[in-house]
Design a protein around this ligand. Structure first.
Ligand SMILES: [Ca+2]
Length: 226
């Protein structure tokens, strides 16, 4: 399907025809909105007190009629598969609902290079897929999910690596390390920034010694951590 209005709490977006080659001259736009706007508001302590009071009263008089207010939700986008004709076919990802607004663009993606994930700062996120008039590729598959505001989302752990640090909220930092015989490629640590994006992609661990030594290292790790 080419474009559409999507709702949370989660779902999947693929390029048209995926996993078969996408069409030339495509221009598809998706806008993702967190599920329940009525729950998507930040409440003040005073409002919370009134809410609790009315909840207590209504529970007595009517039984409980109220929804429990949640913290604001934002959209997290995770890339599962990505292959576009480099430099000519693009997927642009932005914050909010104003599609194409230069000020809200997070990334213009092409080729096979993607971030681990993208998290919106508002309860909405937009994606625009554009292709030129020649040569296609396999396209993309991304999943989206609502998460609590103030988080960058879980970027995962690199294969053959370890991670320290547990928080994914603003200012939290994660540290990465590779198993012996593997080399870390990328940043050793990343920080969750105020715009809900990690300061870098999670690193990867590649075998730097012989395959036998890497295999031994992995076996040792799996046996000792089991
Ligand atoms: Ca193309």
């Amino acid at each position: 399907m080419c474009g559409g209005q999507l709702r949370g709490p989660s779902g999947v977006i693929t390029s048209p025809n995926y996993p078969v080659q996408y069409d030339n001259n495509a221009n598809c736009t998706w806008v993702i909105t967190a599920t329940d706007i009525s729950k998507v508001k930040v409440i003040t302590p005073k409002q919370l007190w009134h809410f609790r009071l009315s909840l207590a009263l209504s529970s007595v008089v009517y039984g409980c009629l109220c929804d429990v207010p949640a913290v604001a939700q934002v959209i997290k986008l995770t890339f599962e598969d990505f292959d576009l004709e480099r430099g000519y076919d693009t997927l642009t990802v932005g914050d909010g609902e104003v599609v194409g607004d230069q000020k809200t663009i997070f990334h213009v993606l092409s080729g096979t290079t993607t971030p681990d994930l993208v998290v919106s700062t508002s309860h909405q996120m937009w994606l625009n897929f554009k292709t030129d008039d020649t040569s296609g590729s396999l396209g993309f598959k991304v999943s989206y999910e609502e998460i609590d505001q103030g988080s960058c989302g879980d970027p995962g752990i690199p294969a053959y690596g370890k991670r320290e640090g547990t928080g994914f909220r603003h200012g939290d930092r994660l540290y990465f390390e590779c198993l012996p015989a593997f080399e870390l490629v990328g940043k050793k640590n990343i920080t969750c920034q105020k715009n809900n994006q990690w300061s870098a992609k999670k690193p990867s661990c590649v075998c730097k010694l012989s395959e036998d030594l890497c295999c031994l290292s992995l076996t040792y790790f799996m046996c000792t951590s089991a």
